[in-house]
Design a protein around this ligand. Structure first.
Ligand SMILES: *Cc1c(COP(=O)(O)O)cnc(C)c1O
Length: 397
């Protein structure tokens, strides 16, 4: 097979390559965040659990401030935020911690989730199934959404816990969390929401939502990797079983010396996300719509996921196959994701797209464009021009 010709023939001036359109996989740490973190690595290095001197007090104050910053973005109380090593751990703690605690109380063994959840939920559910729980996996419609009626129909007498993500990481669709929360509250079911792809992108108000547990990660919102949080609604009846035992940190829910520099980074990143949310979503929506209107009319192009109930930052599109393979593999100088980063090592088509009824071929030819804080109009115009050119020259007729 001959190599494809390089695109574009003439790279436009003023652009820096490669162009990053994979903010759904991770984001750069905002320089303002990095600066705060550095102080806590070198000068303010104390252990937040050291209660007998000022080094410890200083770290403790910083951790408390960060807790309030994270809580502030989502309408929670600071005391409801538990630090973890990332959202993978938050999801494990939420699901295993609740399921084991409720089973110990003899409350039932049925769990509900959705087939398009992140692997951090699905693999945890798999472990719980092997531990004797029954799990129902709801299949979303072709738009990627589940309905409250469908959710209600899956409930059983012994349902104890449901987990539904707020925003899907591959197709960006927004699930009806408010309605699902009402149903769970009515039936006394603990409700967990993986909100990693929602935090900082859409407004979240836990005072309004009937959600018991919510997972967050810093690195999808311009904070550092390796730090996350679990919101645990204040409720004496909801006591999670710890998954990491040790010194009894975080009210016994998650032991281990607090990673102060990571924590202040997450706090600063979430505070910043709150300040920028309205203006940034508007700006990014305009860019995303410009990208879509530039490519929507090209032959064989299909949008994956609901066009309306989706975050402004995401555009997931399937292209016709080209003679050199998928179009996603030929966007030289443009960093995008074919499916989700967690799955792109495998050549298998995205399980999310298969679950919403896309054929293996259509799923394999999908590209996720995820836009972020540094995305510019010039970058979007370059992407539109490149996609147009590749499709015009290389589509298999
Ligand atoms: C990235 C991601 C996770 C995992 O978060 P980490 O902090 O990287 O462990 C979980 N859920 C969703 C929806 C994600 O996008």
């Amino acid at each position: 097979m001959t190599a494809p010709p390089p695109y574009p023939c003439r790279p436009p001036a003023g652009l820096t390559f490669p162009i990053y359109l994979d903010y759904g996989a991770t984001t750069p740490v905002d320089p303002r965040v990095a600066k705060v973190m550095c102080d806590f690595l070198t000068d303010k290095f104390g252990n937040a659990a050291s209660s007998s001197h000022s080094f410890g007090w200083e770290a403790r104050r910083a951790v408390d401030k960060a807790r309030a910053q994270v809580a502030g973005l989502v309408g929670a109380q600071a005391a409801e935020i538990v630090w973890t090593s990332g959202a993978t751990e938050s999801n494990n703690l939420a699901l295993k911690g609740t399921a084991y605690a409720l089973r110990a109380q003899g409350r039932g063994k049925h769990l509900i989730t959705v087939a398009t959840e992140h692997k951090a939920v699905l693999d945890t559910m798999d472990t719980l199934e092997r531990a004797g729980f029954d799990v129902t996996y709801l299949t979303p419609g072709a738009d990627g959404l589940i309905t409250p009626e469908q959710f209600r129909a899956a409930l059983r007498q012994d349902t104890i816990l449901a987990s539904v993500m707020y925003v899907n990481n591959e197709i960006g669709v927004i699930q009806p969390i408010a309605e699902l929360g009402e149903i769970c509250a009515e039936r006394g079911i603990v409700f967990h929401v993986d909100a990693v792809q929602a935090a900082g992108k859409i407004a979240i108000d836990l005072k309004q939502l009937k959600v018991d547990l919510m997972s967050f990660s810093a690195h999808k919102a311009y904070g550092p990797k390796g730090i996350g949080a679990l919101y645990v609604r204040h409720n004496p009846a909801l006591k999670l079983e710890a998954q990491i035992d040790g010194g009894g940190h975080e009210n016994g829910m998650r032991s281990g010396t607090l990673a102060t520099h990571q924590i202040v980074g997450m706090g600063e990143a979430f505070a910043l996300a709150g300040e920028l949310l309205a203006a940034e979503s508007q700006r990014i929506r305009t860019l995303r719509d410009r990208l879509w209107s530039g490519i929507a009319a090209l032959p064989g192009v299909q949008l994956n996921g609901c066009a309306v109930n989706r975050v402004p930052h995401n555009l997931n599109v399937s292209f016709p196959p080209t003679r050199y393979g998928t179009l996603g593999g030929q966007l030289l100088g443009i960093a995008v994701s074919a499916g989700s980063a967690c799955n792109s090592a495998a050549a298998a088509p995205s399980f999310v797209l298969l679950a919403i009824g896309r054929s293996p071929d259509v799923a394999r030819n999908a590209v996720r464009f995820s836009l972020g804080r540094d995305t510019t109009e010039a970058e979007i115009d370059y992407v539109v021009a490149t996609v147009t050119q590749v499709l015009a020259l290389e589509t298999v007729q």
